[in-house]
Design a binder for this molecule. Structure first.
Ligand code: WT7
Length: 657
């Protein structure tokens, strides 16, 4: 990747972008950052009092005594759902539209804040009647829908901790998460509809629950999306619309401590087992609100649209919580960007007068390709004048895609905010402020005020600007991951490793800081995590899935750069029988791809599978992944292969099936 200082182009925020911005000009940014440096607790305490309605005020901002298990605003009490709904209705904004929902087929439904509050209260009462209470864990396996957000908010209202599982995950992945989190209830839908196709969520949920160790799941609540056929267990299953029918639309929120776990969201790490990232209530909500105001410069008149799924952190912070906590109007979309055609996003921006738009580089790249191929779906064909700020998230954005986005979607007028963050950070960490920060294609620019990001070497020492290193955060921040559910030791080892001194948060990404501007460019993961279309996948998880197949003896998975998906999964496999060739190899590759789809989910399917008699190993038996990465890319092998036990297999593995 090119470094920012190798580029000529810097885009200053326009006069319009600066005028009236929540943070206007670099002076204002620097003043905020300096406030945080000067009085860290005072800075965060001030923001927290402003952003959140506290039932009981906190007396202390940050407690570092059990570091790295930091706590924030610990004796303060609040309820996230109250902050997202009741307070807007109480202040006279009940008639404001909270959600403009567009279904896959284009049907539009609007819900006001008052209606949303009533729906959440009714559903929370129904959950309560089924015995769900504070501290219980509830798994949500739902399509993009108003009901999905209602389910999350209802859990928050009761102090139940939700764990949303992305609808694209398999029965096995869902099962693994239900068991790990110890869920007492599962909320799902009959089917999910995307791009005109249906996916049988309830059936997958039934399969997951039949896999054993799920006895604690007492209730399965089903949102009827399509009316498609489903199996039914009357002792356990209930329709969402039936159980809310006679419930009151008043439900007193359960006031919880600021550290109460609002949710647990599973993500991939460098081992085979996904990590349950546990988030707090107070610190998390503060940052959801604050980053909406800073990174998106949110104002009352804005129409916000984040295209993520509620199954990922982006959909938690920038759909289910952030916009609602501000009383914003947002668009929620059920479908995919390419259905009925690749102009869908642009049409929806025009139809709903979206002013703040937030999507992923992979979507931008695929829509660029589509627009090049078919002029009728080019953004130029749509009226995108309502747009004010456009953002990206999920993976490094290549400068070409960034420039296309700015030009054709942002009309050379809208600041592009490239936001670097992670499931673990809860919200944006390094991102431009649209009314202040000059932007450079491919750089997420500067840390937000209060975020102490730095680049260090393997021992935790700072590295000079312009030189690549490891991205760390030097001070705790309110919305950070609190622990890994049920595994505090793994939390410490993953994020505060002793090699770095135990006090630096290890993000798992490489980065370089520009010597002149201090701007950060993210160079990608430094661990065994891949990023495919903005989805985070552990190579070990895919390897474990492959070796679970009866024919597979050994597997190694690496990433290969891909023009559309960022990275693509390439798997090198040895079988328990002779190496297949020709048609047999093609057949087996397909079988194994489908197998991974079943084991983890379609997002994890390898793009390519290659078979060898063996894998390249050192004499001590270690798989040489660097070599495999070169082979996957089709690069000539320049690495030293003298320590390789079996150099002849490089030839086999270098060839596609
Ligand atoms: C990983 C986190 C952040 C919410 C969605 C993904 C990569 C994320 C950027 C960006 C370069 C990025 C990193 C990070 N990433 N945003 N703007 N530029 N890389 O959350 O699934 O937890 O993945 O996504 O590698 O560590 P996630």
């Amino acid at each position: 990747m090119e470094l920012p200082h190798q580029k000529q182009r810097t885009f200053e925020p326009s006069a319009e972008a600066q005028a009236g911005a929540n943070v206007a000009g670099m002076e204002a940014y620097r003043a905020l950052a300096a406030d945080a440096e000067r009085d860290y607790a005072g800075f965060w305490g001030g923001l927290a009092r402003e952003a959140i309605d506290w039932r009981k005020p906190f007396s202390k901002v940050l407690d570092e005594s059990a570091a790295p298990f930091y706590t924030w605003f610990e004796d303060g009490e609040l309820n996230a759902s109250y902050n997202c709904l009741d307070r807007h209705v109480a202040s006279g904004h009940g008639d404001r539209v909270a959600i403009v929902f567009e279904a896959d087929d284009g049907t539009v439904t609007r819900v006001t804040y008052a209606q949303m509050l009533a729906r959440v209260a009714r559903f929370a009462n129904a959950l309560k009647r089924r015995g769900i209470k504070r501290g219980d864990r509830v798994v949500i396996y739902m399509p993009m829908s108003i009901e999905g957000i209602v389910a999350m908010q209802a859990c928050a209202r009761l102090g139940a901790t939700h764990s949303v599982v992305f609808g694209g995950f398999s029965a096995k992945s869902l099962h693994e998460r239900i068991v790990d989190v110890g869920a007492v209830a599962l909320i799902t839908a009959d089917e999910q509809v995307r791009g005109g196709k249906t996916l049988p969520l309830k059936q997958i949920a039934d399969e997951a629950l039949a896999m054993g160790n799920c006895d604690v799941v007492r209730s399965v609540i089903v949102y009827r999306r399509t009316g498609g056929e489903v199996a039914w267990d009357t002792s356990r299953d209930a329709w969402m619309h039936e159980i809310v029918a006679n419930e009151s639309d008043i439900c007193e929120p359960e006031w919880v401590g600021a550290e109460h776990p609002l949710f647990i969201l599973y993500t991939s790490g460098s081992t085979g087992k996904p990590k349950g990232v546990q988030h707090s209530t107070g610190g998390y909500l503060l940052w959801a609100v604050q980053t909406m105001k800073w990174t998106f410069d949110w104002k009352r008149e804005d129409v916000f649209w984040c295209t993520a799924d509620i199954g990922w952190i982006t959909g938690h912070t920038y759909i289910a919580y952030g916009p609602l906590a501000l009383g914003a109007t947002q668009v929620v979309f059920e479908g995919v960007p390419t259905y009925p055609d690749a102009g869908r996003f642009w049409k929806m921006i025009a139809d709903h007068q979206v002013s703040l738009f937030y999507t992923a580089p992979t979507a931008i790249r695929s829509l660029t390709k589509a627009a090049d191929a078919d002029e009728s779906v080019h953004p130029a064909r749509y009226d995108l004048a309502s747009l004010r700020i456009i953002g990206t998230v999920g993976e490094p954005i290549n400068p070409e895609a960034w420039l296309w986005y700015r030009r054709h979607v942002g009309g050379e007028r809208c600041p592009v905010v490239d936001t670097w963050w992670q499931t673990e950070t809860g919200g944006h960490m390094i991102a431009p402020l649209p009314g202040a920060t000059p932007t450079v294609p491919g750089s997420c620019t500067l840390p937000l005020p209060g975020i102490m990001a730095a680049v260090v070497d393997e021992t935790g020492q700072s590295v000079p600007d312009g030189q690549g290193g490891i991205l760390v955060v030097k001070r705790p921040w309110p919305s950070m991951v609190r622990t890994i559910w049920g595994d505090p030791e793994r939390f410490k080892a993953s994020y505060y490793p002793p090699e770095l001194g135990g006090t630096l948060y290890l993000a798992g990404d490489g980065a370089v800081r520009d010597p002149e501007t201090g701007y950060f460019t993210i160079t990608g993961r430094i661990d065994d995590v891949l990023n495919v279309s903005g989805h985070r996948l552990g190579t070990m998880e895919i390897e474990s899935a492959l070796v679970a197949h009866e024919l597979v003896a050994e597997a190694a998975v690496v990433g290969r750069p891909d023009a559309t998906t960022g990275e693509a999964v390439v798997a090198f496999v040895t079988l328990k029988r002779a190496r297949p060739e020709g048609e047999e190899a093609e057949q087996l590759a397909k079988t194994l791809r489908d197998w991974v789809g079943k084991e983890i989910g379609p997002i994890a399917k390898p793009k390519e599978i290659r078979f060898g008699d063996n894998l390249p190993k050192t004499r001590s038996g270690k798989i040489m992944r660097r070599l495999l990465r070169s082979l996957a890319k089709g690069d000539a092998i320049v690495q030293d292969t003298s320590t390789l036990e079996n150099p002849e297999i490089l030839d086999q593995l270098g060839r596609a099936v």
